[in-house]
Design a protein around this ligand. Structure first.
Ligand SMILES: NC(=O)c1ccc[n+]([C@@H]2O[C@H](COP(=O)([O-])OP(=O)(O)OC[C@H]3O[C@@H](n4cnc5c(N)ncnc54)[C@H](OP(=O)(O)O)[C@@H]3O)[C@@H](O)[C@H]2O)c1
Length: 238
């Protein structure tokens, strides 16, 4: 069974669908989007899959831990797939970025992901099988003015991915990151179309294209891929 955080829309919803197609039962979490999450569950079930939606603000340790327990209870069996997808932006130039906005992005995009990885690992190690996929970004490895908080969180996520990967590699557990470039979702709704001018592919990516990479990294076929970051960015970071 797999847990996808922020599965109510965008990349998380597409990842939940893709994993369900591969036979995973999927617990998807949402913070505010209850109706959207229910629609994702309904679509997965209509396609013959199994899914449940759970409300959990991942920045609250008690809610995040409860999501793992609730997923286990609702779908049976331990969480052997974890997709840390929930993420936020709160952009400003560093000279204006206050502590609260710095911390909110670090808490959501990095600290919450670490906690879930830590708490999910034990059952994976026991099962001698586990798949962790952290949704990072080209921003972090690459600069983007106005996103010091986001870049720090995503670069941190990639660093955490590599180190945890080597800690558990002997146990049949893989830990990887997927780094999207520019994908049209609610998160990027305010960005102008001209953003694609800087993308070698000259178009935005789709949530489905990111989800396909998540699906591969969660599959049996990806058993020897660990500690990697798979860029899905139309050539932006090449
Ligand atoms: N779109 C891009 O171009 C792009 C590029 C690189 C990386 N990414 C990364 O891809 C991931 C998904 O992004 P997206 O574009 O699909 O964004 P999105 O459409 O805004 O979806 C974000 C999801 O995260 C959830 N979420 C946010 N804060 C949360 C919290 N505290 N607790 C639980 N859930 C929370 C949201 O749920 P609620 O609505 O219920 O709050 C929503 O389901 C993020 O990590 C983002 O940084 C996106």
């Amino acid at each position: 069974m797999a847990l996808v955080t922020g599965g109510s829309r965008g990349i998380g919803a597409a990842a939940a669908h893709a994993l369900a197609v591969d036979g995973w039962s999927v617990a998807l979490t949402f913070r505010t989007g209850e109706r959207e999450a229910a629609e994702v569950v309904a679509a997965i079930e209509a396609a013959g899959g199994r899914a449940v939606a759970l409300r959990a603000d991942v920045t609250d340790p008690a809610q995040a831990s409860a999501a793992l327990d609730d997923a286990r209870e609702a779908l049976g069996g331990p969480v052997l797939g974890l997709v840390n997808n929930a993420g936020v932006r709160d952009d400003d130039l560093a000279v204006s970025l206050d502590d609260e906005r710095w911390q909110r992005v670090i808490d959501t995009n990095l600290t919450a992901a670490f906690r879930l990885v830590r708490d999910a690992l034990r059952p994976m190690i026991r099962a001698r099988f586990g798949r962790v996929v952290n949704i990072a970004s080209v921003v972090g490895p690459r600069a983007n003015a106005g996103q010091a908080n986001y870049a720090a969180a995503k670069a941190g996520l990639i660093g955490m991915t590599k180190t945890v990967a080597v800690e558990v590699a002997r146990r049949g557990v893989t830990v990887n990151a997927v780094a999207p470039g520019f994908v049209r979702t609610a998160l990027t709704a305010d960005l102008p179309d001209e953003v694609v001018d800087g993308v070698p592919a000259r178009r935005a990516g789709t949530p489905g294209e990111v989800a396909a990479c998540v699906r591969f990294l969660a599959s049996d076929d990806a058993g020897y891929v660990t500690g990697s970051t798979l860029y899905v960015d139309g050539g932006l970071s090449a």
